[in-house]
Ligand binder design. Structure first.
Ligand code: SAM
Length: 188
């Protein structure tokens, strides 16, 4: 079975007009994605932010739950937040995952098909069960990952679809991560 990690990307992401921007850290994203990632056995949860003050904020949240009073009060959160790693770029996350130069397979996610190398959930599940380099599943913030992230990815996971007639499927990143982890790694 392959090692699987995830990244929550705050840059480069899109804003509502389609411009490439940097989004702000949302406390609850870190908590909820860390807990989902830990539940489904992911090895690491990378929080990607290019702004040092925002990385310091994320690191303080981690310290509170891993070493500080939060962890003493609610020990269940300690291992989940302990697997959270705060990095300045996606390249840094890739380098930290295996060490410089080792291959990593980047998979991106989006509410709309994000590229030609579309991967269904059953195919993704099967690939994870086989041999190969670690997989890094990337999630967007703001209005989603910028095209440059999708372009460098090996595969694009199929969107989580909606039964609605209008197809509305714009999930929060926290909900999307939990559903995707269950489809790729969950136990029946
Ligand atoms: N601030 C927003 C929030 O409410 O969390 C961020 C929205 S951001 C566009 C949501 C991210 O979750 C996307 O970049 C993608 O990674 C993932 N996502 C959302 N809906 C999805 C879907 N239907 N299928 C797959 N991934 C989805």
């Amino acid at each position: 079975m392959r090692r699987v990690a995830c990244a929550l990307v705050h840059h480069p992401v899109l804003d509502r007009s389609g411009s490439v921007v940097t989004s702000a850290i949302t406390n609850i994203d870190l908590h909820d994605i860390a807990r989902s990632a830990h539940t489904f056995g992911l090895s690491d949860f990378f929080v990607v932010h290019p702004v040092e003050a925002q990385r310091t904020l994320a690191q303080r949240i981690r310290t509170h739950w891993v070493e500080g009073s939060g962890g003493k009060r609610i020990p269940d959160r300690m291992p989940a937040l302990g697997a959270m790693r705060v990095v300045p770029s996606l390249a840094a996350a890739i380098a930290e995952l295996t060490g410089e130069g080792e291959p990593v397979e980047v998979w991106t996610t989006a509410a709309r098909p994000a590229g030609p190398a579309l991967l269904s959930f059953p195919e993704g599940r099967e690939r994870i069960q086989g041999d190969g380099p670690p997989v890094l599943v990337c999630f967007g913030t703001g209005w989603g990952l910028a095209p440059e992230v999708h372009v460098q990815a090996a595969r694009h996971l199929e969107p989580i679809r909606s039964p609605r007639a209008d197809g509305y499927n714009h999930l929060s990143v926290r909900a999307a991560a939990a559903i995707l982890f269950d489809r790729l790694l969950g136990v029946d």
